[in-house]
Design a protein around this ligand. Structure first.
Ligand SMILES: Cc1cc2nc3c(=O)[nH]c(=O)nc-3n(C[C@H](O)[C@H](O)[C@H](O)COP(=O)(O)O)c2cc1C
Length: 452
């Protein structure tokens, strides 16, 4: 008998920041209006997705000393939005990105436990570190933490939060009318580490899924190790089939060090999808979308982030600058910096632009392309399935280019194709996010204590 087909996990990334959204499209709507969040969440639930996903930016980005007007201003608080969405969805997981550098374990544990209880076990926390000093100024402490210490603190935050979540016995939610209590209280938590000296009790019992699902998104060696130790899923940029397979193998191998099973961690790259009636139609639509996402100003601003200097005089439709980059990490503040060695990156881009005869704008389009699935619904479904069956990933976090209707067509046309392939659910079989992801329920830590 053949092995059961690997099942695909899908999530919906709410767009609205960066230059991903095509604002010039007449169908684009507000990225802060509640109706937009509801539209995307309900579409994802109609498509039987695992979860809805919110990224986070804690400070308005600046480019060359000014608010970066190519980013879109306006991003409501993550947990508030997810709490509201819990009331208008039934099964969809609700994942929020929240920083471990500027927040406290107790308050995070309480906030996420609240979302998890209000949604009957559908919450997830994407734990990010983002330590840059510019963001930190919003929190008075500035860049108080060295890059190397970010994951030390992240570990201590999550271990602290787990200590609070797991300190309630699983069977605590009982009504004892005789004694007049609703739930037995949690046991006391102490958490003494390099960053924290905490003693207290969690005010909330465990949710139907035990505690929130944990996601991770850093890509360094430390980040991957942190994910292998603590995360249930990793959100990654390694979306091509080759890079995906290498990343998948790397992080799955790390799990053994923590006594964890290979299936205990899901790998979910970001992906963009462009659909059309034929391959040519979809390719044409994809070209049009990329040109609208990377307009002339965006192309120059992107180049300036690597070159570290003012390139306003350059023609976006002309060749790459011959001048060398300067080391100026502050030219753009408040975003993750991917080019650690600007001179090497500039050289690689010049070589690519020369070989493929690309202008500045064309080069930026080429290097910023996320893994894209372009084609008919059937072709896209087969490609998504191939990536998952060949262990390049366990599924995708889809990043639509339209707010909020960017997944309508996918849900109407690609989801049925995935179901026909037998690798995507035809109904929700569980109620919690852990059940959707096929993850075991974490143990409460009171068991050993009670058994002895
Ligand atoms: C795919 C991906 C998504 C991320 N999303 C966010 C985000 O929404 N908000 C945030 O503050 N940081 C985000 N980060 C930044 C990471 O938390 C981390 O700070 C950064 O990647 C540097 O860590 P590293 O050196 O381990 O990669 C993201 C990183 C990756 C790779």
């Amino acid at each position: 008998m053949s092995a059961p087909r690997k099942q695909i996990h899908l999530a919906a990334h709410f767009p609205g920041v960066n230059n991903t959204t095509v604002w010039s499209d007449p169908r684009s709507r507000s990225q802060i209006d509640f109706s937009s969040f509801v539209h995307l969440a309900r579409t994802a639930e109609r498509g039987l997705f695992d979860f809805f996903f919110l990224a986070e930016g804690l400070r308005l980005r600046e480019h060359r000393g000014r608010i970066h007007d190519l980013d879109v201003v306006g991003r409501p608080d993550t947990l508030t939005v997810l709490g509201a969405l819990a009331g208008v969805t039934q099964r969809l997981g609700l994942a929020g990105t929240i920083n471990t550098t500027f927040n406290e374990p107790y308050e995070l544990a309480r906030q996420f436990a609240s979302l998890d209880l209000l949604s009957d076990g559908r919450a997830a926390w994407n734990m990010v570190t983002s330590p840059d000093a510019f963001t930190g100024e919003n929190f008075r402490r500035g860049g108080y933490l060295d890059r190397a210490d970010r994951y030390v603190r992240a570990r201590e935050v999550i271990e602290g939060a787990r200590a609070f979540w797991d300190a309630w016995p699983d069977d605590a939610l009982v009504v004892d009318r005789e004694r007049g209590v609703f739930a037995a209280p949690s046991r006391e938590v102490t958490h003494r580490t390099t960053q924290f000296d905490i003693a207290g009790r969690s005010p909330l019992p465990r949710s139907p899924q035990g505690h929130p699902v944990l996601l991770q998104a850093g890509d360094s060696g430390d980040g991957r190790e942190f994910g292998a130790a603590h995360a249930d899923a990793i959100f990654t940029v390694h979306g091509s089939i080759e890079a995906g397979k290498a990343f998948f193998a790397d992080v799955k191998e790390r799990l053994a060090r923590y006594g964890r099973d290979r299936d205990a961690l899901k790998v979910l790259p970001a992906a963009a999808v462009v659909l059309g009636d034929s391959a040519e139609d979809a390719a044409e639509r994809a070209r049009d979308i990329r040109l609208r996402q990377v307009g002339p100003h965006t192309a120059i601003a992107f180049l300036e982030q690597v070159w570290g200097r003012d390139l306003a005089e350059y023609d976006p439709d002309g060749p790459l600058p011959a001048v060398e980059p300067v080391d100026n990490p502050d030219i753009t503040r408040g975003r993750v910096r991917h080019a650690q060695d600007p001179r090497r990156v500039a050289q690689e881009w010049r070589e690519r632009a020369a070989a493929e005869k690309l202008s500045i704008r064309e080069l930026v389009i080429a290097v910023t392309s996320r893994e894209q699935f372009v084609g008919t619904a059937r072709h896209v479904a087969r490609e998504i399935d191939r990536y998952v069956q060949e262990d390049a990933c366990d599924g995708f976090i889809l990043v639509p280019h339209l707010t909020p209707a960017g997944l309508d067509e996918f849900v109407d046309t690609v989801v049925p194709e995935l179901q026909d392939l037998g690798s995507f659910r035809t109904e929700y079989t569980g109620t919690t996010l852990r059940e959707h992801l096929g993850l075991p329920r974490p143990h409460d830590t009171t068991r050993g204590a009670r058994a002895s």
